[in-house]
Structures are given as structure tokens and as C-alpha cells.
Write a protein of this length. Sequence first.
Length: 333
Amino acid sequence: MPFPVLICDDFALARKQIVRSFPTQWNIDVTYAVNGLEAIEAIRQGKGKLVFLDLNMPIMSGFDVLDLVQTEKLDCQIIIVSADIQISTLMRAKSLGALDFIQKPVNPESLKYLLDEHNLFRACRSPITTIPSPHVDLLDATKELANVAMGKAAALLSHLLDAVVILPIPNVNTLEVNELIMALKSTDTQENISALCQGFIGANIAGEALLLFHDSSFNDMANLMNLPLPHDHHNEIEIMMDIGNVLIGAFLNGLSEQLDETFNQSHPVILGKHCSANDLIHENSGKWTKNLTMEINYRIEGHHIQCDLLLVLTEDSIPTLKKKLQHFVNRTP
């Protein structure tokens, strides 16, 4: 009788990567869920004796699922599959009853080792029916790429600050210039911001990374970094440059590893200090055209620290990115 396995992730590419990493002779019946609420219903129905669970999802997070499974004493074992690789995340998941943790993107060898370690894999002698694989569109694939890159950047920032980084669900869109301006305006909370920009270029893929730093964050960030309170221009620049190097560099490195692409980065440039989002847009919107954007909002748990990373790919980069993504979606592990 097939063993019921549930894969819960809001991104189709992540679900596809998990299912195609399973051992070929594993006799299982796979069910998919796209959020924690669907996962709980499937577990209650006995469709997930083993659950591969993402943490950062809409409607109901993976942490909420873990909590409900414990509260209701549901019969299942849960392996976390997440791009959030902070030590604090792993410890919290384990404290809520997770059996183990595996980092995205899933590696077949690592997954097989984990299944063997927990005695979850039983090889079947007869051929196994092919498991239906989720359909993945290119926008969904881009979101999962951004999700993994976001997690790498957050882990480095968490290590630098010795703090917990709260991760959002990345927002990815192809925007006309007026829509990009609207996205930037949405960051305007009547609070001044400071911003830096760093260009990057690879093989027919280029763009800019914008880091929007909320001014109320400077003092808390200085305390976490053991720097003097930023009473002067130079200290604020130092904080922005340090955070920019971590977030932008790690994010681009996460993308390059997944796409097998090398990015060269220009020197970061300060776009504006203690200005409104409208002022920033007025000074810089002339060079923006139709773009593919990846928007990430990073916050630090227990502190008034917020910064927005906006990765903007040029319109000329989109065809090359689509080709790379198509290969990435279709390739065999």
C-alpha cells in the first residue's frame, strides 16, 4: 500500500523540486497543498503521514501548522523544507516537533540520506507509477529563485547582527515604469528613507539593486552592529554600506548559484538620504523602463529596523532570464 506523503509549499517550483528528488523506488501517494490551511486539512484526512513543509506561506505559515499538529495530536511526521536557514528558525521548528530540516533547493542525495536516517524509505521491487508533477510557470519559478536568494541573504544578516530576521513572501512582478514608481511609493509611510543603489551585470542579464533604509532604523542598527550612534553623515553611510554589502551581495550570489550565472557588481552609490520616497522617485525615475522586479522587505525581530530590497532587472534581460528559468524548471536533478 502506498505511503501517504504531503508536500506543502506555496510555490509550484518548490513542490516540483521536492517530488523529483524522491527516490525512484519509493512507493508513495503524493498530495499537494499550497498553504498551511490546506496542509492541516490533508493531514486530518490521513493524506500526510509524512509532510514536507515550507515555513513562509500565506494564509497559514508552517510554524502555525506545527503548532496545530501538536495541539490536535495529529498523526504525522514533518520535515521542514525552507529557504530560511537561520539557526533560530531550525531551533524553533525542532521545538515545535519538526522531525528534521532540509535547505532549499532540495538536493536528491541529501533528501535520500535524511529519509534513510529516519528509516522512512522502503525500496519497492516493482516499478513505481510516475508521480504527477506540478505545472510551473515562469513567474512562479522566479518567485522561488527570489525566495531562496532571500533566505541566503537573511542568514548572513542574522549572523552579522546576532538577531532574528523576519522574512516576507517575496513579491515578483514585471512592471511598467509607472507601476514601478507605484511600488516605490508604497514604501512611503510618512517616514524619511535613505537609499543606495548597486548595479550588476552578467551574461545578458543586468540590473540594479535598490536598498531603501528607513531612517528610524539607524539607531537600532548601530547598536546591533556595535557602532557609535549615527549622529553624523559618515556613520550613517557606514551602516548603509555594510548592510547593503550583505543583503545585495548575498542575494545576487543566491541567484547566480541557482541560474549558473556570474554577476559583476559596481560600487554602491547613495541615491538619497533622509528624503521621502517621492523625492527619490523624482530624482531617479528617468532611467527606469519596463522591468522585472523582486521586492523583499527585511525586518529584525524585537527591533525597529526595516529595509526594503528592490532588485530591478532591465527589460533587455528578461528574454535571457526566461531561457535560463525554462532550463532550470525542466532540468533533471
